[in-house]
Design a protein around this ligand. Structure first.
Ligand code: GLC
Length: 736
């Protein structure tokens, strides 16, 4: 073949392959073309969908841990290929891929399912509960932990986590205080944003990221008397200044989804609340993802008294702005009919479907619908993941009391570790443990034996159970205690005493635990109380008799290692409370950012103190820090101005330590009565012994001094404001 023939053949083959490519492109629908823009793919797919296909995208069923008949959820074979979403309870992507294959190949349009799950504080590498995370005041570390959770979840078949929970909560009787970031709006906003960034990263289609879900929108933490699933009384003023800020910041951070709440907001349930779901979230904030109802929340509109039946509940929830029905099978049953009856517009239906499809396209599910299968050891408990979890658990520990520097322990030859938490693994993981395996955890006793190896003999006795009346273990515990040089008593809560549907009438520990402690106190040994709980506890009877008290919260699989590190001195504690510890249950609700009283020096309880046992922000270190003069760049500012404030902090102790500086503001005279102080910034830094570090905060007058009107408008008034750090404050005059 001569040269010209060869060149002609080459051109001909190139032309034919280009034509074939063009032909393939023409045959492939636009929505399946990964090169097309998401919005074009969404629009193209929507234009091809029938009413039934649209409705099915707005439903979420469950998919259990296996596909055999006794599946705890919907039997796999009964799951329709057109279903929009499934809650995925397995940690193996194989089952997910099997069901996804059904959706991709047996449905007419091949729309992938989005698989969701509660990855709240870790997937398999379970790290501390959220309330503890906030006590670390380290959002960077929390973001890293959430990235670990995302990687483990996505590689296990989960595309979407129902997290972060950013419900401001001030009532420890409510079991779900464990899941949020405490009593303060700014704290919940910062850690909510850190979680969203950790989960979602910069590209949702990354096979190590998942879509986030801000929950429970909104006001769930205000559930009356700490009872779950009930009503709240939230004024518009409080709604905008206390509960909305974390959600606004979470939406600005790009959270893909939100979950509507069970509770009502002053009579209108979160799941049927057009104002918060449409007027605010979609129209004012421009959220372009979707809202999923909480489990059964749509049908619950009936017992809540705002819907006469499931069909009306579906109508109210959908028109209010809930796009996806979790588990209720109300949209699949009634939404199509509601559209045909003209009660739900096609436009509203199409908007809802577009929102769900948009998130699926952004997740890359149309282009990579299947999870790459991997071995567990390739995705779980990786060394880097464990290190992040352990560091977060260390920084979450709060040293509440340390009389005469009892801690760190030294010079002891025999150490007694006593109590129901001394050798427990299970309860260390707390509630919402996802695929956490208690066997992965280290108990306090195991950890202390390791840290004190070659230094002290460590003996253990349970003494008693978490509750009940069996005191038969007391004698053994007293014997072990009597033979020791110091007693570490490990008390606290069972994992199931907090979390969902876990309200308690008192935040005190069960009587038997207090009795055990009092019995051990009689031995006259140094007594160190280690607490593990999902909520602040009532400690007023224990506080006076303990030489040291620390809470490790529910640390996850790092377990007792961090707290053992603190006791042995390997770790210098740096945690500070993100939620007030009341003196007793009777004080609840009690929190730092309460409004001003008409008579600050009166109105006290007659029978108990009116101040908490431990304040928001309380936490001791093994070193000491001295705060210098608080300085402001200006003492007068315009409403649109900025002020640089700074405070030097010196480490005056004999060991390096991390210190968190909390910056508060107050506005003593305003159109409305405002909180006595409000957290507006915090920063944590390592300060070496003898070193001084200057902490700075750039105040944006409107952002940080202003407040939100009951219509959601932020503004700042002329007048005197204060910037507060510890017991120091500087007055700033704001005027036009
Ligand atoms: C539960 C919880 C919610 C969770 C959902 C799915 O009822 O209220 O936080 O994400 O159902 O498990």
């Amino acid at each position: 073949m001569n040269r010209y023939t060869k060149i002609s053949c080459l051109f001909l083959s190139l032309f034919l392959s280009a034509a074939a490519y063009g032909q393939r492109k023409k045959d492939v629908p636009l929505y399946k073309d990964a090169k097309q823009a998401v919005e074009d793919r969404v629009q193209d797919l929507l234009s091809r969908m029938t009413l039934e296909e649209k409705v099915m995208q707005l439903n979420q069923y469950t998919l259990g841990r296996n596909d055999n008949a006794n599946n705890m959820a919907d039997p796999v074979n009964d799951i329709p290929a057109e279903i929009g979403s499934l809650i995925y309870f397995s940690s193996d992507p194989g089952l997910r891929n099997k069901v996804q294959k059904k959706a991709m190949e047996q449905s007419r349009l091949g729309i992938p399912i989005i698989f969701g799950y509660d990855v709240i504080h870790g997937f398999r590498t379970v790290y501390p509960i959220s309330l503890a995370q906030a006590c670390s005041w380290n959002p960077v570390l929390v973001e890293q932990a959430c990235a670990v959770a995302a990687q483990e979840a996505r590689m296990s078949g989960v595309d979407w986590t129902f997290s972060p929970m950013i419900d401001v909560a001030r009532d420890g009787r409510w079991g779900r205080v464990a899941e949020g970031y405490g009593e303060d709006p700014y704290t919940n906003a910062v850690f909510g944003v850190a979680s969203v960034k950790g989960y979602q990263g910069n590209d949702l289609s990354d096979p190590a990221r998942v879509a986030a879900c801000l929950k429970h929108y909104i006001g769930y933490g205000a559930s009356e008397a700490g009872r779950d699933y009930v009503y709240t009384e939230i004024s518009d003023q409080t709604l905008w200044n206390t509960y909305m800020p974390p959600y606004l910041e979470g939406v600005k951070a790009g959270a893909a989804t939100l979950m509507s709440s069970f509770n009502d907001i002053s009579g209108t349930p979160g799941t049927a609340n057009r104002y918060i779901l449409r007027d605010v979230l979609k129209e004012r904030w421009g959220h372009d993802g979707f809202v999923v109802s909480d489990w059964g929340a749509i049908e619950q509109l009936r017992p809540q008294g705002v819907a006469k039946d499931k069909k009306e509940a579906a109508l109210k929830a959908f028109t209010a702005g809930v796009e996806m029905d979790m588990m209720n099978k109300s949209y699949d049953t009634h939404l199509g009919a509601l559209v045909k009856e003209g009660k739900v517009s096609e436009d509203m239906l199409n908007d809802a479907v577009k929102r769900v499809l948009r998130v699926k396209f952004r997740l890359g599910l149309f282009d990579r619908p299947y999870t790459q299968v991997s071995k567990e050891k390739e995705r779980f408990l990786l060394p880097k993941s464990l290190a992040i979890a352990e560091r977060l658990a260390e920084e979450s520990i709060v040293l509440l009391k340390n009389k005469n520097k009892t801690l760190p322990l030294s010079g002891v030859a025999k150490l007694a570790v006593i109590g129901p938490m001394a050798n427990s693994k299970w309860h260390l993981l707390g509630s919402w443990r996802a695929q956490g395996n208690a066997e992965d955890a280290t108990t306090v006793y195991e950890a202390l034996k390791k840290d004190f190896q070659g230094k002290a003999q460590v003996m253990q006795a349970a003494g008693c159970d978490f509750d009940g009346n069996d005191r038969s273990g007391f004698e053994e515990a007293k014997k072990v205690g009597a033979s020791s040089d110091a007693i570490i008593i490990c008390l606290g809560e069972k994992a199931q005493w907090s979390g969902e549907n876990a309200s308690r009438s008192t935040i005190a520990l069960p009587q038997i635990q207090e009795e055990l402690l009092m019995e051990l106190k009689k031995l006259g040994k140094p007594l160190i109380l280690v607490l593990s709980s999902g909520r602040p506890l009532e400690l007023n009877r224990l506080e006076p008799v303990c030489d040291a008290i620390l809470t490790m919260w529910q640390p996850g699989i790092p377990g007792g290692k961090p707290v053992s590190g603190v006791i042995s001195g390997r770790v210098n504690p740096s945690g500070k409370l993100s939620m007030t510890f009341p003196y007793s249950t009777g004080q609840i609700p009690i929190y730092y950012n309460h409004r001003q009283s008409a008579r600050p020096h009166q109105g006290k309880y007659q029978d108990i103190p009116s101040t908490p046992l431990y304040d928001f922000g309380h936490g001791l270190s093994y070193t000491t820090f001295e705060y210098g003069e608080l300085k402001a760049s200006v003492l007068k500012a315009r409403p649109d101005g900025k002020i640089a404030v700074e405070v030097p902090v010196k480490n005056t102790g004999d060991t390096d330590g991390m210190e968190t500086v909390h910056w508060f503001i107050s506005d003593p005279v305003s159109t409305i009565s405002r909180p006595v102080k409000e957290l507006k910034y915090f920063e944590k830094q390592l300060i070496k012994k003898g070193e001084t570090k200057v902490f700075r905060f750039e105040i944006d007058v409107k952002r940080d001094f202003g407040f939100v009107s009951n219509q959601g408008k932020k503004y700042v008034e002329d007048g005197d404001y204060y910037v507060i750090v510890k017991d120091k404050k500087v007055k700033i005059e704001v005027g036009r």
